[in-house]
Design a protein around this ligand. Structure first.
Ligand code: NAD
Ligand code: GDU
Length: 320
């Protein structure tokens, strides 16, 4: 059945890919984005675009919407350490206003972009949703606060909600890909080296307790992630707040990622050693068993070389 959805942050990386998937599945999509970190041209053709802030969502939301998919947020871990107030204001304050607008308008379903950063340094790998949540950055803390807020909203007011805790999102979907400015994520930065836009990639620490000393992450293709959102909208049940990790369950070190980029691009990719980056856990790998069981999610693009190849194709196109 087709639905009508508000996608906040749909001019950004993940939101634009999910909006594109919703449109391809025959749904009606409105993107609400203030373009603070997103790009107007990222909004998929076929979506209605509103340039506005989530704090003003009440101006546009009404009961004709079946659900809100909420991506709008600031998401730089490092920046959040030096400007925590910016993260509480936008991520927590903005979402409070959005939830109030949804309540007022009678919109009954929410899918929220949560993050592996809510867990902090894990005690056990792979990470399950019942693991302790001890975020190591204000970014992670702001997302955890929103998760708690949503739990209360579901219990008290009957919202049907799913929080998806993404691990490391990567890759591209046709014309939609990653373009943060400034870029801080590993794969697009290494691809900039391959393009000659950067001289070398800095490796942030090689003294972690991992096989090659560099941090290990679980990279998930943005199109697999998008499919989980469509399933989550279907699974959202009144009065329940479901939390699901999204990852492939495979960890790759920073050095393995760089080596994969060498293989995919044929570029030598010089590395320079740099100190550890504050707030980085050594290993973050997901158990996505809940998403598989509760959403029926079945990711099909786990191969790291394939993920990098899609990101590379997008980066090359963007520079043309
Ligand atoms: N990219 C990742 O690896 C990753 C991992 C875990 C979680 N997440 C979460 O997923 C979501 C999307 O991340 P992304 O990488 O696409 O980021 P992004 O910066 O590309 O997209 C965020 C979008 O939200 C918009 N926005 C921000 N504040 C807004 C506001 N107050 N009102 C309206 N629009 C606003 C921005 O303009 C931007 O278009 C975020 O919530 C992020 O925390 C991302
Ligand atoms: O120039 C760089 C950039 C990154 N890294 C390393 O590469 C790994 C991956 O870093 P990213 O910045 O690409 O991703 P993060 O793991 O820091 O962050 C991602 O996962 C987090 C959960 O911990 C949040 O959800 C966040 O939004 C999401 O981007 C980290 O060990 C980082 O230290 C480098 O060595 N050099």
């Amino acid at each position: 059945m087709s639905g009508k959805y508000l996608v906040t942050g749909g001019a950004g990386y993940v939101g634009s890919v999910v909006a594109q998937h919703l449109i391809e599945a025959g749904h009606e999509v409105t993107v609400l984005d203030n373009l603070s970190t997103g790009f107007r041209e990222g909004v998929p053709a076929g979506a209605t675009f509103i340039e506005g802030d989530i704090r003003d969502a009440g101006k546009w939301l009404d009961s004709s919407y079946d659900a809100v998919l909420h991506f709008a947020a600031f998401s730089q871990v490092g920046e959040s350490v030096v400007k925590p107030e910016k993260y509480w204001d936008n991520n927590v304050g903005g979402t409070m206003a959005l939830l109030a607008a949804m309540r007022e308008a009678g919109v009954r379903k929410l899918v929220f972009s949560s993050t592996a950063a809510t867990y902090g340094e894990p005690e056990q790998t792979p990470i399950v949703e019942s693991a302790p949540t001890r975020p190591t950055s204000p970014y992670g803390a702001s997302k955890l606060a929103v998760d708690h807020m949503i739990t209360g909203e579901a219990a008290a007011h009957g919202l049907g909600a799913v929080s998806l805790r993404y691990f490391n999102v990567a890759g591209a979907y046709g014309a939609q890909g990653e373009r943060h400015d400034p870029e801080s994520h590993l794969i697009p930065l290494v691809l900039q080296v391959a393009q000659g836009r950067r001289e070398a990639i800095s490796v942030f620490g090689d003294d972690y307790p991992t096989p090659d000393g560099t941090c290990v992450r679980d990279y998930i293709h943005v199109a697999d992630l998008a499919e989980a959102h469509l399933l989550a909208v279907e699974a959202a049940t009144a009065g329940e707040h479901l939390i699901c990790n999204l990852g492939n369950g495979n960890g790759f070190s920073v050095r393995e990622v760089i080596e994969t980029v060498r293989q995919v691009t044929g570029h030598p990719i010089p590395e320079v050693m740099a100190p550890r980056r504050g707030g980085d856990p050594a290993v973050l790998v997901a158990s996505a068993a809940t998403a598989r069981e509760r959403l029926g999610w079945n990711p099909s693009r786990a191969d790291l070389a394939g993920i990098v190849a899609d990101a590379w194709a997008f980066a090359q196109n963007k520079e043309r």
